[in-house]
Design a protein around this ligand. Structure first.
Ligand code: NAG
Ligand code: NAG
Ligand code: NAG
Ligand code: NAG
Length: 448
């Protein structure tokens, strides 16, 4: 019956929020129309974020590194600590616009993307114009901007000579004279598989103190991500395989696919396997640690892991934890907990130390973490939090691992009493309530 202690939210997304050219994290807003499928392919558009330092310096000499945004610390978490590295290939990640119809549960979902040559379209589906602002006194800016986005310069107007990672020169914009962007893809048949690791909010909330932001913070509209044209912010390294990055943005054909096999999946797919020992983090699920000294999304453990080889491991301070979140998944059509009856997982202490005065998770004992589930967007908790090895006992052991199969009814959600309904739950946390650090690994976390 105790209220769980509200964990400190991860605010790392703000690192992207200060990017000049990168579109940014932190979401708001809702709902565009469902995409019309065409053989599984959906039309969309993409900008990009992150870039090699040489490219950043070419376009923003004063700020340089980071001015196009960074890939790590995105809105889906996935950031290993210490060091702050993203555990995915840099050419295989993207951010989903929060107005895309399948934005809920998009963290960890994979998309196959192809470049589509031709005119870059705005959200009214007419060619987006390059505008050259009137600076007053009869002066017109030599730097052009995409109409509706004065934060995103038209790069060829600053420097058309920047080559991509393979040394290829910008092929030129055939729409230059008409002040539109006519993209020539490298190969329209080339397809890449990217995983969503971040979000691009239509309404961008910029924190107080970020460079170029008014005191007290600011809210900016990022037209690209406001729909109804579906949009992705690809990593620079994904973009440069499709078309020259100096174009700035491209049209896409894309479809949701299985991250491992590449087979098409339904757009709303959210895996009941939140973390699999075979495939790691499940499509639909963000991964966050808080008050962590060490956090690894994927750990190839020295000990055999039931069913596979992967687990996720953290070392967290008191009140720190590990959190799995399906963003905006309370929306009908998503709802990963709807109709489910169990939460199951394997957990083990990840320390050699068996002295309870040294660690709150001594070797050879059930890690006594608190487990709770909640509705993230409304910050609503169910009645009960459980304590592993105390209010809930393991159903089995294997080596150092303990298995749990927990009836979801034990959390006491819903019932018309002001607690969130089970169907609206979209977050699972393991939290350290002891007075010493907890060091654990978890795997095979799934809804049944
Ligand atoms: C790009 O290259 C052309 C041809 O070499 C040169 O005239 C021009 O100054 C260069 N522009 C920039 C911004 O470096
Ligand atoms: C792309 O694929 C289509 C259909 O297979 C083919 O006709 C076309 O020649 C391909 N284009 C390129 C550039 O390879
Ligand atoms: C507990 O930590 C102390 C200090 O680091 C160490 O000397 C001791 O061996 C540890 N206990 C065990 C059982 O490892
Ligand atoms: C188990 O729960 C009881 C009752 O809440 C509490 O007094 C006790 O300290 C707990 N033990 C552990 C190991 O958490």
């Amino acid at each position: 019956m105790r209220r769980p202690i509200a964990p400190v939210p991860s605010s790392r997304g703000s690192k992207r929020a200060i990017a000049v050219f990168g579109l940014v994290t932190l979401y708001a807003g809702c709902c565009a129309q469902a995409p019309t499928a065409n053989g599984g392919w959906i039309e969309g558009r993409a900008t990009y974020y992150g870039a090699p330092e040489a490219v950043e310096r070419a376009y923003d000499p004063t700020r340089g590194a980071g001015s196009f945004g960074i890939l790590a610390f995105g809105a889906c978490g996935y950031t290993n600590l210490p060091g702050g590295t993203l555990p995915f290939a840099r050419d295989a990640v993207a951010a989903s616009a929060d107005q895309n119809p399948d934005y809920p549960g998009s963290c960890g979902r994979c998309y196959e993307v192809r470049c589509k040559s031709g005119l870059l379209l705005n959200n009214e589906r007419v060619p987006i114009r390059i505008v050259y602002p009137d600076l007053g006194g009869g002066n017109i800016s030599t730097v052009g901007y995409f109409d509706g986005d004065t934060a995103r310069p038209y790069l060829p107007s600053i420097n058309p000579n920047v080559t991509d990672g393979e040394g290829r020169p910008f092929p030129g914009n055939m729409g230059e004279a008409q002040k539109v962007v006519d993209v020539r893809c490298y190969d329209e048949n080339r397809s890449l598989r990217v995983r969503v690791a971040d979000s691009c909010p239509c309404k961008q909330v910029l924190p107080d103190g970020a460079p170029g932001v008014k005191p007290g913070g600011e809210v900016r509209r990022q037209e690209w991500c406001c729909g109804p044209v579906n949009h992705f912010d690809l990593s620079y390294w994904a973009m440069e395989q499709l078309a020259h990055p100096v174009f700035g943005a491209i049209m896409l054909n894309y479809r949701p696919v299985d991250c491992t096999t590449g087979a098409p999946i339904p757009p709303n797919f959210i895996s009941p396997y939140i973390y699999s020992a075979v495939t790691g983090i499940g499509p639909g699920w963000g991964w966050f640690s808080y008050d962590a000294q060490l956090a690894r999304l994927e750990n190839q453990g020295p000990t055999p892991i039931p069913g596979g080889t992967k687990s996720t491991c953290v070392s967290v301070a008191p009140k720190g934890g590990l959190s799995f979140r399906c963003r905006q998944c309370q929306r009908p059509g998503f709802q990963p907990f709807a109709g489910r009856t169990q939460l199951r997982f394997w957990i083990r202490p990840d320390t050699e130390d068996s002295d309870p005065f040294n660690t709150s998770t001594p070797a050879g004992e059930v890690p006594g973490l608190k487990l709770f589930i909640m509705q993230e967007e409304l910050k609503q908790y169910c009645r009960n939090e459980l304590v592993l090895g105390n209010t809930t006992l393991p159903t089995g052991t294997q080596g150092e691992w303990y298995s749990f199969v927990i009836p979801l009814a034990d959390f006491g959600c819903g019932g018309g009493t002001g607690y969130p309904e089970l169907a609206d739950i979209d977050r699972v946390d393991f939290q350290n309530m002891a007075i010493r650090n907890a060091v654990v690994c978890i795997t095979e976390l799934a809804l049944g």
